[in-house]
Design a protein around this ligand. Sequence first.
Ligand SMILES: Cc1cc2nc3c(=O)[nH]c(=O)nc-3n(C[C@H](O)[C@H](O)[C@H](O)COP(=O)(O)OP(=O)(O)OC[C@H]3O[C@@H](n4cnc5c(N)ncnc54)[C@H](O)[C@@H]3O)c2cc1C
Length: 317
Amino acid sequence: MMSQATKAATPAAGPRFTDPDFVVIGSGAAGGVIAKELSVTGFTVVVLEQGPYLRPKDFTHDEVKTLLETYLTNDWGPQPNTFRKTPSDRAVTQPAVIYGRQVGGSTVHFTANYWRFHPIDFHERSRKGAIAGTGFDDWPMTYDELEPYYVKVEHEVGVSGLPSANPFDPPRSKPLAMPPLPIKSSGALAETVAPAMPSANAIAACKWLPDNELRVYSSEYERSGFQGGLEEYRVRWIEKYHAELQLFSRRTIDVPSLFVAGKSDWGVYQNPGDFERMKTAVCTRMLGTNFVEGAGHWVQQERPEEVSKLLVQFLKQ
Ligand SMILES: Cc1cc2nc3c(=O)[nH]c(=O)nc-3n(C[C@H](O)[C@H](O)[C@H](O)COP(=O)(O)OP(=O)(O)OC[C@H]3O[C@@H](n4cnc5c(N)ncnc54)[C@H](O)[C@@H]3O)c2cc1C
């Protein structure tokens, strides 16, 4: 790829330099920016890029292809990385780095989060002290010195967002170039429930599962892991437990059983058909299914009296 101050060159149509002022290897975030800055200043620059020059038609929404099958990333066969832990080790080939392999480098398919460092990041060594065995040091510049360059990049790239929405955002001399993107998925969930967020006083006055009671559960889980019904959280995704679980496959629960859930608990219907199967196929002596009004997923904490009453009745039966 070649570029020059006055001409937006393409690999096919660009001018040919036999004696450029600069040769830049790699056209990613670093190489691409330095090549552009040099060329607009009037230097002749040649950029050598190992990957292809892709166009919009070459991209698909296929994460497996682009990332796992290395369509947009380095392939550890032809582009091996070597790695060593200390200078005296022999470096060995190892899949250590994933990067974008095309004109534009990793910026072509990165996540495009444009965070700024915070002022403290530039002088952490002075604030937090040395770390033995490392070269941990302050930066040779301050946030204020770098800030105009953040602004320049944000406006050249067209970074979008609403900085005032983040109370931890570092100081800015200029707003972001573009308005925020529409809120989606988990953001929409948070936005929907935000107006119902209780005040700090209401939270402090809350009698339902305050921190000291919650600590009973969390310290027990830390001590013994998830047990009983909660075991599912641990075993569902860990293959070594699957064989053990098979022991219970198609077994039925033949002792008297009772089902209690909150009426607003969506979890009951999480896997369609499970609730009905529990009543007919899994528990052979089901004495009742109860949905407690005014409760969701945490019925025993939300409506302890009702749940206790149901349990006592069940035991009497
Ligand atoms: C999936 C993904 C998501 C990311 N998300 C973010 C994010 O949200 N925010 C953020 O700030 N950062 C993100 N990053 C990191 C960011 O993209 C990189 O830090 C940045 O692009 C690094 O710039 P670079 O110039 O050092 O390397 P790259 O941008 O990777 O460019 C290196 C270029 O050099 C070329 N090259 C390498 N060797 C040779 C050779 N021998 N000859 C010719 N060409 C060569 C490569 O093909 C590549 O084009 C992400 C990275 C990835 C992979």
